[in-house]
Design a protein around this ligand. Sequence first.
Ligand SMILES: *[C@@H]1O[C@H](CO)[C@@H](O)[C@H](O)[C@H]1NC(C)=O
Ligand SMILES: *[C@@H]1O[C@H](CO)[C@@H](O)[C@H](O)[C@H]1NC(C)=O
Ligand SMILES: *[C@@H]1O[C@H](CO)[C@@H](O)[C@H](O)[C@H]1NC(C)=O
Ligand SMILES: *[C@@H]1O[C@H](CO)[C@@H](O)[C@H](O)[C@H]1NC(C)=O
Ligand SMILES: *[C@@H]1O[C@H](CO)[C@@H](O)[C@H](O)[C@H]1NC(C)=O
Ligand SMILES: *[C@@H]1O[C@H](CO)[C@@H](O)[C@H](O)[C@H]1NC(C)=O
Ligand SMILES: *[C@@H]1O[C@H](CO)[C@@H](O)[C@H](O)[C@H]1NC(C)=O
Ligand SMILES: *[C@@H]1O[C@H](CO)[C@@H](O)[C@H](O)[C@H]1NC(C)=O
Ligand SMILES: *[C@@H]1O[C@H](CO)[C@@H](O)[C@H](O)[C@H]1NC(C)=O
Ligand SMILES: *[C@@H]1O[C@H](CO)[C@@H](O)[C@H](O)[C@H]1NC(C)=O
Ligand SMILES: *[C@@H]1O[C@H](CO)[C@@H](O)[C@H](O)[C@H]1NC(C)=O
Ligand SMILES: *[C@@H]1O[C@H](CO)[C@@H](O)[C@H](O)[C@H]1NC(C)=O
Length: 740
Amino acid sequence: MDWLLLYHLFITVLISVPYSLAEAPQSLGCQTTCGDVNIPYPFGIGQGCALSKEFELNCTRDKNGTYKAFTSESSDVEVVNISLFQGQARVKNWISWQCYNSTANEISDYSWGELNLTTTPFRFSSTQNKFTAIGAQTLAYFYLQNGKPLWYRTGCVSVCLSMQGLVNGSCSGIGCCQTAIPLGMNYYTVRFDGNFNSSDVSSFSRCSYAVLIDANSFNFSTTYITTTNFWYGNNGQVPVVVDWSIGNETCQAAQRNKTSYACVSSNSSCIDSTNGPGYFCNCDKGYEGNPYLPGGCKDIDECLNKSTCSGICTNTPGSFICSCPRGKHQVGNNTGDCYNNSRIPLWVKMLIGICVCIVVVLILSSFIYLVHERRKIATMKEKYFREYGGQLLYQEMKSKQGFTFTIFKEEELKEATNNFDAKNILGEGGNGAVYKGTLINNEDVAIKRCKTFDERQKKEFGKEILILSQINHKNIVRILGCCLEVEIPILVYEFIPKGTLFDLIHSYHTSHFSLSSRLRIAQEAAEALAYLHSWASPPIVHRDVKSSNILLDENFMAKVSDFGASVLAPSDQDQFATLVQGTRGYLDPEYMQTGQLTVKSDVYSFGVVLIELLTRKKAFYWDGAEERSLSSAFLSAMKVNKLREVLDDQILNEESMNLISGVAELARECLNMEGEKRPEMREVAETLDRLRKTMKHPWVHEIPEEIESLICEPSTNKELEITSYRSLEEKAMLTIESGR
Ligand SMILES: *[C@@H]1O[C@H](CO)[C@@H](O)[C@H](O)[C@H]1NC(C)=O
Ligand SMILES: *[C@@H]1O[C@H](CO)[C@@H](O)[C@H](O)[C@H]1NC(C)=O
Ligand SMILES: *[C@@H]1O[C@H](CO)[C@@H](O)[C@H](O)[C@H]1NC(C)=O
Ligand SMILES: *[C@@H]1O[C@H](CO)[C@@H](O)[C@H](O)[C@H]1NC(C)=O
Ligand SMILES: *[C@@H]1O[C@H](CO)[C@@H](O)[C@H](O)[C@H]1NC(C)=O
Ligand SMILES: *[C@@H]1O[C@H](CO)[C@@H](O)[C@H](O)[C@H]1NC(C)=O
Ligand SMILES: *[C@@H]1O[C@H](CO)[C@@H](O)[C@H](O)[C@H]1NC(C)=O
Ligand SMILES: *[C@@H]1O[C@H](CO)[C@@H](O)[C@H](O)[C@H]1NC(C)=O
Ligand SMILES: *[C@@H]1O[C@H](CO)[C@@H](O)[C@H](O)[C@H]1NC(C)=O
Ligand SMILES: *[C@@H]1O[C@H](CO)[C@@H](O)[C@H](O)[C@H]1NC(C)=O
Ligand SMILES: *[C@@H]1O[C@H](CO)[C@@H](O)[C@H](O)[C@H]1NC(C)=O
Ligand SMILES: *[C@@H]1O[C@H](CO)[C@@H](O)[C@H](O)[C@H]1NC(C)=O
C-alpha cells in the first residue's frame, strides 16, 4: 500500500499549452514528444492538440526531472510508446504483490494493483499480454471489465515446495503461471487467495506477485521466487500492450460522416479494430507517415533502400519501378535481378549453330546416301534377275501346277547359311563354295555359290535351270531353287548327307567296301546318267561325271550331282566346238581332240568311275615315282592279262573272278577311244544290272553295316571334298591345261 501512496504523492507539472484551433492541431506548435516518448496525432499534449479528449496526454516531470507522459483524464497511467501502424501503445502497469511475515504469522505487506483504462481509448491486447503470477504458493485471481457492469474472472496457481524443478525462462505452473485474457477489456484488478499465503514455503519464498504483462518482455528467473528482484528490478512497473481505436463505430459507419472521419490523409485507409469497437487508420502500401493528418501519408522512396532493387530504380507514388540496364533482362517481378540478356557469347552461339548445321547436313546426306544405295541395290538385283531369265522362270512356274521350284531371295539364303559362314562350308574350290544351309521350314539344303560366271551362259541360264529343275529321278540330286538377284546366280540343291563316292572309295576310314555295294552304286549312277541322256531332246550331257560328283544319301544310295553346271548338248555343234570342259583323268580324249560333246563323253567318264570302284585308285595316282592315268594303267593291265595286279585286294578275295572280269570288260568298252563304239548309258546300266543278278547272293537293299559304321565320320581330308563342286570355268581351265 505504501508504494501506491508514494506514487500518488508524485508532483505533476503541466507543461502543455492549450490551443483552440482544432483544425490544425499539430502544425501549431503542439508538443510532439514527451521525454523519450513520441506523441503522434491523434494523441496530443494539452487541449486541442489531440483528436479528442480521451487522446489527451499530460507530460509531467518526476522527482528526478524526467518528463513522462500520462493519460490525462483521472489517470495515472504512464504511456511509454505509441505506434500508429498497429494502433497500439505500451503503458506502465503496477505489479500486485503480497509478502508473508513468518514471525508475525501474517501477510504483513501487500498491494492489490489495478489498471483503469475506461476513460482512455486503450484496451488490453489479448494476444500480446499474459496474466502472470509468480510465487512458491500463489493463487491469483484476475478481475476484468470492459466498461460494462459485467465482471470477468480468471486466475492461475503457481506452486513449488522447493527450489528444485524451477527452470529459468519457463513459466509453466511451477513458481510461475500464465493465463490469457479475453478481448476488449479495459480494466483489471488482482486478488490473492488467502489460503495460498507462503506459510509453508516461507523458508525460501516469502512473496507472491501478479500482473498483466507484455509476454515478450517477461522472462522468468528463479531468483523471482527467493528475492524481491521482480518488483525492484522493474521499479514496481512492467509494460503492458494496449490496442487503441477511434470512436466506437466501424470504418463503414465512420466514413459516412466526413467531418468526424479520422483517416484524413490521402493514400490512407481505415481498419476496423479487432479488439473492441472503433477503428484505426493506416497509410497505404508504399506510403508512410501519419494517416490522421492531411497529407500525412508520404510516399516511401523505396530507391533509398538499395536492397529493394539492384537494377535501375525509379520511385513512383506508392511504388517503384525496377528496370535493368541495356542488354540485361529481369528475372524476378520488379526485384531488379538483372542478368545479361545472353550470357553465351556470340561466337559460342555461332559455333553451336554451325555444329548443328553440320550434324543436320551429315545426317541428311547419309540418309540420302542410304536411300540411294538401297535403290541402287534394288535396281541391281532387278537387273540380275532380268539377265538371268528370272521372268521366264516366273512365268513358267505360274503356268505349271505342282512345280516345286523356288526363286530365293538373297536374304533368305543369307539367313539359311548364317550369312555364308565359313563353318557351314561343305566343300570349297578355287571358284566358290558349297554351304550347308537350313531354310526357315527347317529343311536342310546345299547352297552352291560361285565366284565367277561365264558370261556366255547368262542368257540361257533361266531356261537351263527351268529344264534341270524338272528332272526328277531318285538317283539325281534335285535342284530346289535358285537365287537370281545376285551377280552370280546361287543354286540350291537338296542336301545329301553322306558325302561323295570319291570319299567312300578313297578314304582310309572305309576299310571294307563290298563288291555288291560297289556294283549297286555304279548301277544307280548309270541309271541316273541314262535318264539324263534320254530325258530331253537334245539330250542333257552331264559333262563332269566323276566319283566326287556322285553323292550318297543316308541309305548310301547314289545321287548324281552337279549337273547344274552341265549344258544341254548343243544342237548346233559348232556353237560350242571350242569349249572343252571336264575334269582331268575323267575327260573323254575324243572330246578333247575334237571339242565335240556327245553323250558318249559321259560314258567314257563313267568308265573311269567304274575302274575307280574296282581298283580304289584315283583317276590320277602316284605309282611310286610318277603320276599315272588310271584309265591307261587299267587298259594296259587288261591287255597283258594282269588285271589282278591293279584290282582292289578286297574284292579279289571276295568274289568270283568272272563277275569282276565282266565289270572290267564293261569298263574297257566305256573307255573305247572312239565314242561311236562305246555303249549307250542305258546299255551300261542294263549290263550292270545283269551282272549284279549273277552274283551268288540276292540283292538286299540294305547298307552293308561295315560301310556305314566305318564312314559315318566325315573325311578329314579337305582336298577330297573340294573336287565335287568345281565351277565350270575352273574345270575348263584344268581341261585346257591337261590337254596341252
Ligand atoms: C531518480 O533517479 C535515481 C538515480 O538516478 C533513481 O535511483 C530513482 O529510481 C529515480 N526516481 C524515479 C522516481 O525515477
Ligand atoms: C492533466 O492536464 C489537464 C490539463 O491539460 C489538467 O486539467 C489535469 O488536472 C492534469 N491531470 C493530472 C493528473 O495532472
Ligand atoms: C516504441 O515502439 C517502437 C516500435 O514499436 C520501438 O522501435 C521503440 O523502441 C519503442 N520505444 C520504447 C521506449 O519502448
Ligand atoms: C514481521 O513482523 C514482526 C512483528 O510484527 C515485525 O517486527 C517485523 O519487522 C516484520 N518483518 C518484516 C520483514 O516485515
Ligand atoms: C495461511 O494459509 C493457511 C492455509 O494454507 C491458513 O491456515 C492460515 O490461516 C493462513 N494465514 C494467514 C495469515 O492468512
Ligand atoms: C475507472 O475510472 C473511472 C473514472 O475515473 C471511474 O468512473 C470508474 O468507476 C473506475 N472503474 C473502477 C472499476 O474502479
Ligand atoms: C537463473 O538465472 C539466475 C541469474 O539470472 C541465476 O542466479 C540462477 O541460478 C538461475 N537459476 C537456475 C535454476 O539456473
Ligand atoms: C530468459 O532468460 C534466460 C536466462 O535467465 C535466457 O537463457 C533466455 O534466453 C531468456 N529468454 C528470453 C525469451 O529472453
Ligand atoms: C459511442 O460514443 C458516443 C459518444 O462518443 C456515445 O454517445 C454512444 O452511445 C456510443 N455508442 C455505443 C454503441 O457505445
Ligand atoms: C459529424 O460529426 C461532427 C463532429 O463530431 C458532428 O458535429 C456532426 O453532427 C456529425 N454529423 C452527422 C451527420 O452525424
Ligand atoms: C495517393 O493519393 C493521391 C492524391 O489523392 C492520388 O492521386 C494517388 O493516386 C494515390 N495513390 C495511391 C497509390 O492510391
Ligand atoms: C508481379 O507483380 C504484379 C503487379 O504487382 C502482380 O500482379 C503479379 O502477380 C506479380 N507476379 C509475381 C510472380 O509475383
